[in-house]
Design a protein around this ligand. Sequence first.
Ligand SMILES: Nc1ncnc2c1ncn2[C@@H]1O[C@H](COP(=O)(O)OP(=O)(O)OP(=O)(O)O)[C@@H](O)[C@H]1O
Ligand SMILES: [Mg+2]
Length: 302
Amino acid sequence: MSRVHDALRKAERSGTPSAGGAATSVATPASPDPTTLHGLLEQIGEVDWDPAEEGHLIDAEKPNQAPTEEFRSLRTRVNHLQGLQPLHTLVVTSPSPAEGKTFTAANLAVVQSHLQHNLTLLADFDFRRPTLHNLFKIDRSPGVTEYLQGKASLPEIIKRVKGTNLYLMPAGGAVLNPLELLNLKEVRVLLERLPTVFNWVILDTPPLLFAADANLLATMTDGTLLVVRLSQTTIDTVTRAIQGMSHNNVIGVVANGASRSELYSKYSYYQSYYYGKDDEGEGEGLQAETEDAVVEEKQDQR
Ligand SMILES: Nc1ncnc2c1ncn2[C@@H]1O[C@H](COP(=O)(O)OP(=O)(O)OP(=O)(O)O)[C@@H](O)[C@H]1O
Ligand SMILES: [Mg+2]
C-alpha cells in the first residue's frame, strides 16, 4: 500500500513546479484528481510565516536556539523509521491535556519542512480545542470540519507557508459531534491520499484519555507519537493510555519538560560548544521557557 503511495507521490512531485515556483499560472482543473490529488499543490493559497510568540515555534533564522536541536533529533529518528517502514501519516497525541501535543506537532512539522523537498502538512484534527490557527495566525475556517461536511474543497482548506515546504490545514469551525465526523469514510480516504502529495502528514489531536478521537485516528494512520509532560504524567497514566488504544502503532514517546541541565550535565562541553555565548542572549524569554522542551526518548514498539 505504502509503496503505491510512495510511487504516486514521486509521480506527483515530478509533475509539480519546483519550490519557489509560485502558484501563479493559468487555468488549473476545478479540483484535484480525487485519486492521486494530482494538481492539488498548484491550487493552494499561501500565507506569511508570522508565528505567534506564545507558540514557541522554531525559527529557521535562529537555528541554534533551544529547542531546535531537540526537534532536529526527533526529526532524524522519525525519518530513520520512515526508511524502515511505511510511515507518512503521524498522529501526535498524549494521555492528558496540555502535555505539549500542539507544541510538538507544530515544531516537528516546522523542522521537517526545513529539509529540501520534504513537503510537510500539519493538520489540526483537534476539533475540540483547535489551536494551530492561533499559532500560525491564520483563519480557523475553512478547515477540516468544513471539508468533511462537504462545505469546502481540499485546496480551500490547505495553506502553504510562503516560500517553504510547510503546509497548514486548520481545524475548521466547531462541530457538535467530532467523533461522528471522524468516523466518516472520507477521513480514511483523505488520510490515505494526502501522502501521495506530502511526505509527512502530521496530525495534532486531542488527548487519549479524554476523547476517543486520537485513538480512532491512530487506526487510520501509520504511526503515533505520544507526548508526555514529565512533571505531570505518571507511568501508570501513560500505560493506561497506550493500553486503551485499539491499534497500538506508537512509534515513540516524546518526553516534554525535561530540564536542559538534566540532559546536558554530562555533556557540558558540547552544550557550550553548540550553544555558544553569542546565542545565549538571543530570545532569552523563549529560551527560558523552552529550554525544558526536550525530546528525549523514543522506543520502537513494533
Ligand atoms: N517544552 C515546552 N516549553 C515551553 N512551553 C511549552 C512546552 N511544551 C508546551 N509548552 C506550552 O504549554 C502550553 C500547552 O502546550 P500545548 O498547547 O502544546 O499542549 P497540548 O497538549 O496541545 O494541549 P491541549 O490538550 O489543550 O491540546 C502552550 O502554551 C505551549 O506553548
Ligand atoms: Mg493542543
